[in-house]
Design a protein around this ligand. Structure first.
Ligand code: SAM
Length: 203
């Protein structure tokens, strides 16, 4: 059975960074639901138009939390879970749930907001991933049946913009065939613009 990937919206807004991540998740999974969207939040048109994307105003607890049999099929990807995700979990779970939180350094454990709701948790190793990376790794393990430790990763890669400018990303990524971290289309440009803005703001 096809898996469903849910990101529960937990931030106040949905910025460009999240937009690029969510477009990528919808494209890669073909079955992506962004839940708990406030009715006042205007979703970016490109995201709404991406095939595989579904917007849901109800929270995940309302959709899956009421029926124990349904709830047992939901796995929360939780950096603080005791057990790592394994290929066998692909048989146990139909729905994979992620926190709709931008990565932060150091991590503030906002996934705890979902942990409190009592879904079964699994960890994707000890390092913080971006949300699209966490979904990608979950698919590789649960659907493609590759063990977590056999996935090629790049930890805290440095993005070099030119001879003078670079920035280090405080996350774990999957290493692509080209040896670079797999990132959403447009993300490197967005990070470059954000870092230029941060430098401009200093003056
Ligand atoms: N700093 C965050 C926090 O406050 O919990 C982590 C945010 S991370 C960018 C977004 C989501 O990706 C998390 O809520 C979790 O579902 C998933 N995630 C990221 N790294 C993970 C890991 N190592 N193990 C399990 N889930 C992870």
């Amino acid at each position: 059975m096809g898996k469903t990937y849910i990101v529960e919206h937990l931030d106040d807004e949905l910025g460009q960074w999240s937009e690029l991540e969510y477009i990528t998740i919808a494209r890669e999974t073909g079955n992506f639901c962004l839940s708990s969207i406030p009715s006042t939040l205007k979703l970016p048109q490109e995201l709404k138009d991406t095939p595989g994307f579904v917007a849901e105003t109800r929270g995940v607890e309302e959709v899956y939390g009421q029926d124990p049999a349904l709830k047992a099929r939901v796995c929360l990807l939780d950096p603080a879970a005791k057990q790592e995700l394994s290929p066998e979990d692909g048989e146990l779970f139909d729905v994979f749930l992620f926190g709709g939180i931008l990565g932060d350094d150091p991590p503030r454990d906002r996934t705890s907001e979902l942990r409190k709701k009592g879904f079964t948790g699994r960890r994707l190793g000890p390092k913080q991933m971006t949300t699209d990376t966490a979904v990608r790794v979950t698919r590789i393990v649960a659907e493609q049946k590759t063990a977590l430790d056999d996935i090629p990763y790049l930890d805290f890669p440095e993005l070099k913009f030119n001879d003078h400018e670079s920035t280090q990303m405080p996350f774990r990524y999957v290493k692509g065939d080209d040896g670079k971290p797999i990132m959403p289309e447009g993300m490197v440009d967005l990070i470059r613009k954000d870092s230029d803005k941060a430098i401009d703001d200093l003056f």
